[in-house]
Design a protein around this ligand. Structure first.
Ligand SMILES: Cc1cc2nc3c(=O)[nH]c(=O)nc-3n(C[C@H](O)[C@H](O)[C@H](O)COP(=O)(O)OP(=O)(O)OC[C@H]3O[C@@H](n4cnc5c(N)ncnc54)[C@H](O)[C@@H]3O)c2cc1C
Length: 483
């Protein structure tokens, strides 16, 4: 047993868990807070593409918890929670440690699902973590290098074909991004960029079907045609098997099995319940789980049978008010959980979590994006990309980190990007996307416009409201220090 008595324990330090912890500390919650995550770094998932492309450094997209929590008086444990006894209020860690909690927050997110597709888990590349990005980047670079060195045309074409399964937001953003990125990388190796294929496969007949981003379908489709390499669409197909060098799929209205020779299948279709939650099935009545096996929670985000246990984000289903699996939902729920834990501790009434969706943002290529503001206005192209970057950077977890990241980004926009394009003119092999070519004369002006776009996003409400912002702990805070 650990020596900390009756702490508030938060399992999972993603958007829900980290923001719960920071809000608790910001509101001077008196109990010890233990934040547990299996990883050493927070992952800002909406910006994983920028980590892949090199547009943002690793430390901005995946800052270490050590950096984020310095001076916060939150105890961070890098460990995996392997067991929970809800009645006994006890958690067990993979390291052998255990804690008895006063309040527990379940914030473990979801895992990649593969819809039972043969070979997908073994051979396809998921895109959800820092390690996934590093693995995919390495695979792409190996394929491009091998392709540039082989004289076997069939093998080269297979190495240069990149399949993306799932045309939800991640698949769409990934396809558009690779369609600009890969030609740039391959041209540097002296390859013929027109041999590259980016193929997006989807079971449904349309991209972004049923998603909060559905209204951005036309803009996304347009962007597919205007990338450096146009994105090929295979809609209405069911992927049957993935192997190291091919993909098998079948159109839903046909019995013909087709194959696509590719060494890189990127999997973005479907999620599955975190195994830790599956292990709770024996402790939660079946009718208190949703049809996917996620625990149902009250509007105050408490488990139905265990009021001292909260759950939110991608790993819980709010009773009768299902929320989309979004970072902007998760971090607002984190703020609500913090408020309710303090209320519970003080014997005050709890408040339902009010989540407001502040529009959606998508990356649609290098330097290209779209901001959908409250479903009323859509800003595409470079300005859309600037609003998206500014908004996400503003959301980063602490003001210190936020400040650092925004400064880096504005510097990059103002100085380096223009400089990079000048260099591009001098290197004939470096390929610019049609968007970049079109934007080149405007880049300098847009660099000046960037802070203004940031201001617009702020004014029209994409900014985190002041009551949800985290401020650093005061150095002379009277909180008790953790043992
Ligand atoms: C590529 C990509 C792009 C996205 N883009 C957007 C976007 O543009 N806008 C948007 O709003 N949303 C976006 N999302 C969705 C968003 O990232 C998720 O909805 C959000 O991360 C959910 O937050 P969470 O706290 O529930 O889970 P997560 O952020 O996934 O955090 C869960 C944490 O729990 C930890 N964990 C899991 N199991 C254990 C265990 N047993 N013990 C200890 N720790 C554990 C994990 O390591 C992880 O850190 C995107 C997602 C992806 C994958």
């Amino acid at each position: 047993m650990n020596s900390i008595t009756n702490p508030t324990v938060i399992v999972g330090a993603g958007f829900t868990g980290l923001f719960t912890a920071l809000h608790l500390r910001h509101q001077q919650f008196v109990q010890s807070i233990i934040l547990i995550d299996a990883q050493s770094r927070f992952v800002f998932k909406p910006m994983l593409y920028e980590f892949l492309t090199g547009e943002l450094p690793e430390d901005t997209v995946c800052p270490t918890y050590q950096e984020l929590l310095t001076g916060s008086d939150i105890t961070f444990e890098q460990d995996r929670v392997v067991g929970i006894d809800l009645k006994q209020k006890r958690i067990d860690l993979a390291s052998g440690k255990n804690y008895t909690f006063s309040h527990l927050v379940l914030a473990v997110g979801s895992n990649q699902g593969y819809l039972g597709t043969t070979g997908a888990e073994e051979h396809a590349y998921p895109f959800r973590s820092r390690e996934d990005v590093l693995g995919l980047k390495q695979q792409i670079q190996i394929c491009l290098l091998k392709a540039s060195q082989t004289t076997d045309e069939q093998k080269r074409r297979s190495l240069l074909t990149f399949a993306i399964v799932g045309a939800g937001p991640t698949g769409v953003e990934m396809a558009a991004t690779l369609a600009d990125l890969l030609p740039n990388w391959y041209a540097k190796q002296g390859g013929d960029i027109h041999e590259i294929r980016i193929v997006l496969l989807n079971h449904g007949k349309e991209i972004l079907q049923g998603d909060v981003n559905a209204s951005l379908k036309e803009i996304a489709l347009h962007s597919f045609h205007t990338r450096t390499i146009p994105v090929e669409l295979r809609m209405g197909v069911s992927v049957k098997a993935v192997s190291a060098d091919q993909l098998e799929f079948q159109p839903v209205d046909s019995s013909t099995l087709e194959t696509l020779s590719t060494h890189t299948t990127i999997w973005t279709a479907g999620t599955t319940v975190n195994p830790l939650l599956k292990s709770l099935a024996a402790q939660i009545p079946a009718d208190h789980l949703d049809k996917h096996g996620l625990p149902l929670v009250t509007p105050t985000l408490q488990l139905l049978d265990f009021p001292s246990v909260f759950a939110a984000g991608d790993c819980a289903d709010v009773q009768e008010h299902r929320q989309p699996a979004l970072a902007q939902v998760a971090y607002q729920q984190g703020a609500a959980i913090a408020h309710n834990i303090i209320a519970l501790h003080k014997g005050k009434p709890l408040q339902p979590a009010h989540v407001s969706l502040r529009g959606t943002l998508m990356k649609l290529g290098l330097g290209n994006g779209v901001a959908n503001l409250f479903d009323k206005m859509q800003i595409g192209g470079k300005p859309g990309d600037l609003i998206r970057s500014a908004t996400y950077l503003e959301m980063l977890p602490t003001p210190l980190h936020n400040f650092k990241a925004t400064k880096e980004w504005i510097q990059e926009e103002t100085f380096h990007r223009y400089h990079r394009l000048k260099v591009a003119e001098a290197i004939p092999k470096l390929v610019l996307s049609p968007t970049e070519r079109r934007d080149r004369p405007l880049v300098k002006a847009l660099a000046i416009v960037a802070p203004i776009a940031f201001l617009i996003a702020t004014i029209i409400g994409l900014q985190t409201p002041p009551n949800e912002q985290i401020r650093p702990t005061q150095p002379n805070s009277t909180q008790p220090s953790s043992p």
